[in-house]
Design a protein around this ligand. Structure first.
Ligand code: MRU
Length: 372
């Protein structure tokens, strides 16, 4: 995507040919800054501190973390240590484990002397595949937006509600939930996006609003609790969110608050779609609600808030009484029964094991499932 006319991905090789550059997402929307990663620990730090975030981008950064480890030392011990350290950075997004598995399998089969080059090639493939995958998600999802526009009578923009940031900043490029929106907009369909602010880290207010604005897409930031009201009043045509981990039964784990939006959409008869790449599906998890691990983060993200003060300075302030405890659950799971459809690179599936296996029949044996 473009930032002030210049094309960017969220992660790329630096001019030296081995270090890795990222956009520091903790600085947005107030400053656009890039950071150069030079070691596997730098990559782990970037994921842990959420300089990079979003399931597909976490996976891509981990893959480049392995490249940086191999640039320094190509032994089995170095490979295993880097994998272990990167895997421990964040627990919920399955793309992290997926990307590390891809890298590990590929590099174990290589001579040590060939590992560094092979690692960079594989990481680049993972990134390119993410972009192609998201473009396909965009095409399939845009068709649903076009239908919603048709149903609305084509005389006003389609109103789409999204939660957190599942745009190009959360992936290598294009995004998952926002890919259909970009695609529809680029095809001339008028769209307006309701952007949930997404407390506590405000990925909606800070990142989704920023990237939609850079693309010229009309949007309104709302507090997380406004969605139900807007749905009751007929001001939301459809919802599209991303996913950090999708269980084999179609349950979807995404940023905390997604479940409540799905409940409100269900109560109001509004379509609730989840856009996701194959790398987000965890075929080993049969029941997402019961089994997906939910990240719990620093309570200070709840008790404090950061932003730009009226004098232009950046500030972090406390918003709770000093002695109040805070809980910071970063994700929740939306049962498949509340999801209208899963928008994948292969098309739109029902959010169930049958639906997923129709699109990914090759997984039927792996999950022990049968395709009817
Ligand atoms: O904690 P984050 O910012 O990494 O969470 C990101 C999300 O929940 C996104 O919605 C999800 O990764 C889908 S991304 C394409």
């Amino acid at each position: 995507m473009h930032v002030d006319g210049k094309p960017y991905r969220t992660i790329w090789l630096a001019e030296d040919g081995w270090s890795v550059e990222i956009i520091d997402q903790t600085k947005l929307p107030h400053a656009f800054e890039t950071v150069c990663l030079q070691s596997a620990e730098d990559a782990a730090h970037a994921i842990r501190t959420m300089q990079v975030r979003g399931a597909p981008l976490i996976g891509a950064t981990a893959a480049y973390g392995i490249c940086l480890a191999m640039h320094a030392e190509t032994t089995d011990d170095a490979l295993d240590a880097a994998c272990e350290n990167l895997l421990a950075t964040r627990p919920t997004a399955i793309n992290l484990r997926w990307a590390l598995d891809v890298m590990l399998q590929h590099l174990r089969a290589c001579e040590q002397s060939a590992r560094a080059k092979a690692a960079y090639q594989k990481a680049a493939e993972i990134c390119d595949e993410d972009v192609v995958t998201n473009q396909a998600i965009g095409t399939h999802g845009a068709a649903l937006i076009a239908q919603a526009w048709q149903r609305a009578g084509k005389d006003r923009p389609v109103n789409i509600l999204t939660h957190c940031n599942a745009g190009w900043l959360a992936t290598v490029d294009r995004g998952t939930a926002l890919a259909p929106i970009y695609h529809a907009y680029d095809e001339g369909i008028p769209v307006h996006v309701w952007v949930d602010e997404t407390r506590p880290r405000n990925q909606g207010a800070a990142l989704t609003a920023w990237e939609l604005g850079k693309h010229g897409i009309d949007h309104t930031v709302i507090v997380d609790n406004a969605g139900g009201h807007l749905m009751q009043r007929g001001r939301v045509d459809l919802c599209i969110t991303g996913s950090d981990r999708t269980a084999a039964n179609g349950d979807v784990c995404n940023k905390i608050g997604t479940y409540l939006k799905a409940l409100a959409a269900h109560d109001n008869g509004i379509a609730f779609y989840v856009a996701l790449p194959f790398s987000t599906i965890d075929w080993s998890i049969a029941d997402g609600v019961a089994e997906i691990p939910i990240e719990e983060r620093d309570p200070a993200e709840v008790t404090r808030i950061s932003g730009r003060a009226d004098d232009g300075s950046l500030a972090t302030i406390s918003i709770t009484p000093g002695n109040s405890r805070a809980g910071n659950y970063a994700f929740d799971v939306t049962p498949g029964r509340l999801v209208t459809g899963l928008i994948t690179e292969r098309g739109v599936a029902e959010a169930s094991s049958e639906g997923l296996l129709c699109l990914y029949p090759e997984k039927a044996r792996a999950t022990g499932g049968t395709k009817q």
